[in-house]
Design a protein around this ligand. Structure first.
Ligand SMILES: [Zn+2]
Length: 243
């Protein structure tokens, strides 16, 4: 199996038809989840993958469509499969992720009190970079919700994946990549996601031509012609990018 990025979902958080905007990076047959929303189990199943295939998890930011699946993965890995996946996060996310989000549902288990470390081998990302199976993954701050930390990634200088953000041309310029997956909202105005027009005026033609759009609403077909004209297109669940 070649090294690849596999799209597990491409939907906006309010989407009915598309799963959460999450992906799987598969290197040397090991799987790193890129975000873990509440649709993760179905998303893995749809790709003929299983919870037990999850070796590691990267979390970009603490919103439900990116983290609510951690309870499912954490419980099944610990109780059913008897292991703890590695959890790569920036230290700034820790309190928001555990104390303010997961603790309420995960801190009491049959054996007594549990912490995030009970379920996951927590690895803080230092110096904006970590390695997965020898591939360097650089992290960079994006501009999503005010005062809420959120980080995109650049995988092996090949694939740039923004996660949820408004346009970030100054960040994207700093990285080398062959293909980019960029957040989009198809509404005319949104303070925390990139609108189609804001993307078009923020990046040069060469960058747009390397870009797939993700995290979009269910009315995406209305925009397909425009998106195909300027971008590589809308990315879809199940799309595979080998590298
Ligand atoms: Zn978000």
């Amino acid at each position: 199996m070649n090294n690849r990025l596999q799209i597990l979902g491409c939907g906006h958080s309010e989407s009915v038809y598309n799963l959460n905007n999450n992906a799987a990076l598969i290197v040397n047959n090991k799987l790193l989840l890129i975000d873990c929303g509440y649709t993760i189990k179905k998303a893995l199943f749809n790709q003929e993958l299983d919870v037990s295939d999850v070796d590691s998890i990267y979390i970009s930011h603490v919103h439900g469509d990116h983290v609510f699946g951690l309870e499912r993965i954490g419980y099944e890995c610990l109780f059913k499969y008897k292991y703890r996946p590695a959890l790569y996060i920036k230290e700034e996310l820790y309190k928001e992720l555990w104390d303010q989000t997961l603790k309420g549902s995960m801190s009491k288990i049959g054996e007594g009190e549990a912490t995030l470390e009970t379920f996951f081998d927590v690895k803080f990302i230092k110096n904006d970079s970590f390695k997965f199976q020898g591939i360097e993954i650089q992290t960079f701050a994006v501009k999503h919700t005010p005062n809420k930390p959120a980080y995109g990634i650049c995988i092996g200088n090949k694939i740039l994946y923004t996660t949820d953000t408004t346009p970030i041309p100054e960040q994207i310029k700093k990285h080398t990549f062959e293909v980019c997956f960029h957040d989009v909202t198809l509404s005319d105005y949104n303070p925390v996601h990139a609108t189609l027009d804001s993307i078009l005026i923020s990046y040069d033609k060469e960058t747009l031509e390397k870009m797939y759009l993700m995290s979009y609403e269910d009315n995406w077909l209305e925009f397909e012609e425009k998106v195909n004209k300027y971008f590589k297109g809308f990315v879809k669940e199940g799309d595979i990018f080998e590298f």
